[in-house]
Design a protein around this ligand. Sequence first.
Ligand SMILES: NC(=O)c1ccc[n+]([C@@H]2O[C@H](COP(=O)([O-])OP(=O)(O)OC[C@H]3O[C@@H](n4cnc5c(N)ncnc54)[C@H](OP(=O)(O)O)[C@@H]3O)[C@@H](O)[C@H]2O)c1
Length: 111
Amino acid sequence: MRERGVQIESWGPLAEGRNGLFTDPTLGEIGAAHGKSVAQVVLRWLVQREVVVIPKSVRPERMAENIDVFDFQLTDDEMARIAAMDTGASVFFDHRDPAMVSRLGTSRIHD
Ligand SMILES: NC(=O)c1ccc[n+]([C@@H]2O[C@H](COP(=O)([O-])OP(=O)(O)OC[C@H]3O[C@@H](n4cnc5c(N)ncnc54)[C@H](OP(=O)(O)O)[C@@H]3O)[C@@H](O)[C@H]2O)c1
């Protein structure tokens, strides 16, 4: 995508809040080292890799938290630790699972 000048954007930068993302011990440990929350570590990880993020929250305090990711930097070691968490599959969606796709309903198809 970079070669062709295409900007990547995260579909659900906080994994739609699913699958225990906010209680992940590795992300929590990395956040504690910087005085940051798991959400901030996740968003920083994406921003630092030049992935556009548009996190969703209905809570003003979380909106403020989510934009407060530009005053710290994840180290190469921390970036590598997070990269090692990659399972090669989405933690919240599988486009190849007909049952999951059908649950989207028509309104979500047009998102
Ligand atoms: N995923 C899709 O299907 C899809 C499709 C088209 C467009 N989008 C857009 O993509 C953006 C991403 O939204 P998304 O809902 O898909 O997923 P997301 O941003 O990955 O996750 C949102 C979830 O994380 C929670 N959250 C947000 N900030 C948090 C924080 N600091 N600490 C703890 N929890 C936090 C939110 O809860 P609270 O709201 O309660 O804080 C919500 O449950 C949105 O702008 C959305 O409209 C998504």
